[in-house]
Design a protein around this ligand. Structure first.
Ligand SMILES: C[S@@+](CC[C@H](N)C(=O)[O-])C[C@H]1O[C@@H](n2cnc3c(N)ncnc32)[C@H](O)[C@@H]1O
Length: 312
């Protein structure tokens, strides 16, 4: 099946990346490579796109669609937390822009056959990088009940986490839970009918999000990346991050605030002892969100938030 374009907030990203011909730009989450194509066109003829995705399908697809620009692109099947090593091994000291368009792609949801969707009967896998060992199957079928509750609360903010975990553990004593549809049905059955009927989202939405985050260690990697992002940018370079839920956005917001504030000494100290100076400045206070028109055309964009900061 063909790869579908999923680029969210393309116009806004393009405008705020502030790219010039000859720039070096990193797309940390190539996906369908929609943003990557726009980026490459903005930095031609001499510029270089460093493209990363942890999903081999995305890299193979990007290799095809970026083929006409192959002199201007270096693509890596890797995690964006490895960006410092990637830049180092290619002799790149700093870049003009970095884009993170977080989460999963439409292609992974629709054609991934890895159990990302609660509407499809697929193996419970959810790995974006199939070289990793941990799968959703392993979590669901072998993690202790308390650990399941923890994952569901922490990464899904699901208020029925305890009931759902209990039902899963009872079911797996009879037979392993193999597919996304089996799991989705079990989650639906765990939620009291009076709450289920009032829900505006599918009852399995939050648990599927939680599992995906746990399998791919998404928040941990984002936190690690945000700590080092300013050190990878050249002066004036831009960091653009599109997040899709509050757990991601909180990490981005807090990291940017820390880099904007600089000094971490208690206010009552007369002089700074920590030596930290501001490294980034947010381009706008509140995150940008997609237009109504974009959400109508692509409902997956509805929860997107774009934050942009510039290296000072
Ligand atoms: C929302 S899609 C990106 C869509 C893309 N910007 C476009 O224009 O089509 C997210 C992509 O990021 C990848 N991804 C998510 N977390 C990653 C990480 N930590 N390292 C590398 N790739 C990651 C996923 O595999 C997925 O392909």
């Amino acid at each position: 099946m063909g790869f579908e374009h999923t680029s969210v907030m393309s116009q806004e990203v393009h405008e705020h990346q502030n790219l010039k011909p000859g720039n070096i730009s990193v797309d940390c989450t190539l996906g369908g490579a929609g943003h990557a194509i726009a980026t490459i066109k903005a930095i031609l003829p001499e510029g270089m796109l460093i493209g990363i995705d942890q999903d081999l399908d995305a890299i193979n697809h990007a290799n095809k669609i970026l083929h006409p620009f192959k002199k201007n692109a270096l693509l890596f099947h890797s995690n964006f937390s490895d960006l410092p090593e990637i830049l180092n091994s290619n002799g790149i000291k700093g870049v003009n822009s970095i884009l993170l368009d977080l989460g999963f792609s439409l292609n992974q949801l629709k054609n991934g056959n890895r159990g990302f969707s609660f509407n499809k009967n697929e193996p419970l896998d959810m790995r974006m990088d199939i070289r990793n060992d941990l799968t959703a199957f392993e979590i669901i079928n072998s993690f202790p009940e308390s650990e399941l509750v923890n994952i569901f609360f922490k990464f899904g903010e699901e208020k029925f986490s305890r009931r759902i975990a209990k039902k899963i553990v009872a079911a797996r004593r009879r037979a392993p839970i193999h597919t996304s549809l089996e799991l989705a049905q079990m989650i639906t059955d765990s939620i009291p009918a009076k709450n289920r009927f009032k829900m505006r989202i599918h009852p399995a939405t939050r648990i599927f999000q939680a599992l995906r985050i746990a399998v791919n260690r998404e928040l941990e990697r984002l936190e690690k990346f945000m700590e080092i992002a300013p050190s990878l940018l050249l002066k004036g370079g831009r960091l653009c991050v599109i997040s899709f839920h509050s757990l991601e956005d909180r990490i981005v917001k807090q990291a940017l605030r820390k880099f904007e504030d600089g000094c971490t000494c208690p206010k009552k100290l007369p002089v700074c002892l920590c030596g930290f100076v501001p490294q980034m400045k947010s381009v706008f206070r509140k995150p940008l969100v997609p237009t109504k028109e974009e959400i109508t055309l692509n409902p997956m964009a509805r929860s997107a938030k774009l934050r942009v900061a510039q290296k000072v």
